[in-house]
Design a protein around this ligand. Structure first.
Ligand code: IVH
Length: 669
């Protein structure tokens, strides 16, 4: 590899600085300078140069945020100064006592405070030596925490190297803050977990803690965590007089301070700040559970010191908890857009943190069973942000014995099709191709690339078609006439004509494309192709038994069962018939031509020189097909050692048999 010239070295340095600056603008200042595409472009350029010049590698390159290897376990880290916790107050009176205590201790008339939101996350400490991030750790027991540096490095709002600003970069900086998961990321994560049937997180704090304590940093990197800095441990090389000054310095160094801080010159000002944040709480993009009030002067903080692991100079003023208990009146299954059935509890209405709550998602059957939630139970609810409330636990002390267990319905409550739980999956799904709950998703899927590729069948159009009742299943697309289309929003004559032309064209498709478009669970492009090659026509595939389906390359018992269930469902057969009646013509794809084209084989017994899948691959590579059982149509039965009834049947039907040697001659490579 050529050694990097000075130009390349400079270009790499420049790209690194530029990318980190954009990270800072985006994640710290929330004020990006470039589009995502431009950012990606810079990133890819840097990646390419670093790959071409490995000697320029540097651990603080933005390309190296995500470490490659999972850890075995976390090492421990001793904090230079203990990380304290906070005393709580819940009333204005208690807050006044805090203020009075401080003034008395310091013998001062007035003390200046700083108010901050109390961010609901996980406390961490980051150590920067000469501006370079060297360690990130959790609070642990306050004295010793866990070394989670590889995970901290994946957080985009954490600079790997501090910026030079108006304040010089300190020789040593221990910065403390809260790692948290913004609410939109929290909701997204829980939605994904719900669909995958994994246990969901009760609140953003648990989600942040769970994400930070992953041994595999790639998982942490996928979780969109953020850091808000709210204090310092040891600082060398820079003098800080007030807490507010530290918050400003954070920003200059490229660290994100807790947002919405305010200098408070009196107890009244603290009361106003508390009331304002409590009002705003639901509109914030992250979860807070109170405010923290801190003495601003760092010298006074030192004089005040600490008492039993909590500082005398700070206090947490907590909001009312957003928990309540209520009774479950009923449990229903709600069908989502992907066909997953979610158990939802109907509640006796209850106020939780100022909002009336009537329903709570129970997420999935595993969750219902784990918590043993039953109809009639009294449950403890928690509401995080404006998120649907979460059932924390059943209050078993209130059980009467009349509570009823919930079972998932066998038929979809929306369309009546069969509900199935695939092997190894937690989620129950409706398999109906004409299920109104899933129709929008199905239509988008049907028209997607790799499926029937209908250009113009976008989300907005699909919404209109379904919401106006113009389309009740995918086949209805072919019944749309020009007048109906033109009457839709944002649909001129020309685009209506284009769409109809696209639909017309889509009728001449191939069998694999149509199979993908039908959205059969576990049938992706590769399986669709293998199925089409094997069966040739849709009719044959629709009538194939599970055993026959398993003859197809890569189709195991689970996939075979899923395909069979799909084609057995009456509703689905009806929609397919409608598609064919509308003129959809899925052409069989030509199987590889070869010397065995059209020949049907049955394998029996054990071959010495190869496994069965290998034998099948060789037959198929030459254009032949492998069947499960012998019939009059079979051309050859390949006979290995210990062959059984299939050999007998071949002989009875007069089908030609091939010993291994003869077979090898036929398919030899
Ligand atoms: S100051 C000695 N400021 O709340 C001072 N803590 O209940 C300790 N927290 O362990 C921390 N937001 O993890 C401070 N603006 C904030 C905070 C905050 C959240 C957490 C922190 C601490 C816990 C104590």
């Amino acid at each position: 590899m050529a050694r990097a010239s000075r130009d390349v070295r400079q270009e790499v340095e420049r790209l690194r600085r530029e990318i980190e600056h954009h990270n800072y603008r985006y994640y710290v200042l929330d004020d990006p300078l470039v589009s995502d595409a431009e950012y990606d472009d810079l990133f890819r350029r840097l990646e390419r140069l670093e790959a071409e010049h490995p000697e320029l590698a540097s651990p603080d390159s933005p390309t190296r945020r995500v470490g490659a290897k999972p850890l075995e376990k976390f090492e421990t880290v001793r904090h230079r100064h203990p990380m304290l916790s906070l005393n709580n107050v819940t009333t204005r009176e208690e807050m006044a006592e805090f203020d009075a205590r401080i003034r008395k201790f310091l013998n001062l008339e007035r003390v200046e405070y700083v108010g901050e939101p109390k961010v609901d996350g996980v406390a961490v400490e980051l150590v920067y030596e000469d501006g370079v991030l060297v360690t990130g750790s959790t609070r642990g027991d306050g004295v010793v925490g866990e070394n989670v540096t590889p995970n901290i490095r994946t957080i985009r709002s954490v600079p790997l190297r501090l910026q030079h600003g108006p304040k010089p970069v300190p020789e040593l900086l221990e910065v403390r803050g809260e790692v948290y998961l913004p609410l939109d990321a929290f909701r997204r994560l829980n939605r994904e977990r719900e669909e995958a049937g994994q246990p969901v997180f009760a609140n953003p704090r648990n989600a942040a803690a769970g994400s930070l304590k992953q041994l595999d940093p790639r998982i942490t990197a996928s979780r969109a965590l953020a850091l808000a800095c709210h204090g310092v441990g040891e600082v060398r090389g820079v003098k800080l007089g007030r807490h507010g000054e530290a918050l400003e310095a954070f920003q200059a160094w490229g660290l994100r301070p807790v947002p919405q801080t305010r200098v408070l010159d009196s107890l009244d000002a603290a009361g106003t700040f508390f009331a304002e944040l409590e009002r705003e709480r639901d509109a914030l993009p992250y979860e807070i559970d109170g405010i923290v009030v801190k003495v601003n002067d760092l010298g006074l903080q030192r004089r005040l010191g600490e008492i039993s692991r909590a500082p005398r100079w700070a206090v947490a003023w907590k909001f009312k908890p957003r928990q309540a208990t209520t009774r479950i009146v009923n449990i229903l299954a709600s069908v989502g857009r992907t066909g997953v059935l979610t158990p939802v509890a109907e509640l006796e209405p209850v106020q939780v943190g100022g909002v009336t709550v009537r329903n709570a998602s129970l997420h999935n059957m595993d969750e219902v069973e784990r918590k043993d939630v039953r109809v009639g139970d009294t449950v403890l609810l928690e509401r995080a942000g404006d998120v649907i409330p979460y059932v924390v636990k059943v209050v078993t002390e209130r059980r009467t014995g009349r509570e009823k267990r919930f079972h998932m319905p066998a038929a979809c409550p929306v369309c009546g099709a069969k509900v199935v739980r695939a092997e190894g999956e937690v989620a129950y799904r409706c398999i109906g191709l004409a299920c109104p709950a899933q129709l929008k998703q199905q239509l988008r899927f049907f028209g997607a690339r790799g499926a029937l590729d209908v250009e113009g069948l976008g989300e907005k159009l699909v919404d209109q078609l379904v919401d106006r009742g113009l389309v009740r299943d995918v086949a209805d697309l072919y019944r749309l006439d020009a007048d109906t289309l033109v009457a839709l929003e944002r649909m001129g004559k020309k685009s209506a004509a284009n769409l109809r032309a696209q639909l017309e064209r889509s009728k001449q498709t191939t069998l694999p494309h149509l199979l993908v478009a039908l959205g059969i669970r576990q049938v992706g492009e590769a399986t669709a192709k293998a199925l089409a090659e094997h069966f040739g026509t849709l009719e044959r595939l629709m009538d194939a038994t599970e055993e026959e389906l398993q003859e197809v390359r890569d189709v195991g018992p689970e996939v075979a069962a899923s395909i069979r269930r799909f084609f057995v469902e009456k509703q689905n057969r009806k929609v397919i018939k409608k598609l064919l009646d509308a003129g959809v013509r899925p052409a069989a794809i030509t199987r590889p031509k070869g010397p065995l084209a059209g020949k049907k084989f049955v394998l029996t017994g054990t071959l010495e020189s190869m496994t069965r899948p290998e034998a099948q691959r060789r037959i198929e590579a030459r254009g032949g097909r492998v069947q499960a059982s012998v019939s009059k149509e079979t051309d050859y039965v390949v006979v290995g050692a210990d062959a059984g009834s299939k050999l007998a049947k071949a002989q009875a039907l007069g089908v030609r048999t091939l010993e291994e040697k003869a077979f090898l001659k036929l398919v030899g490579e």
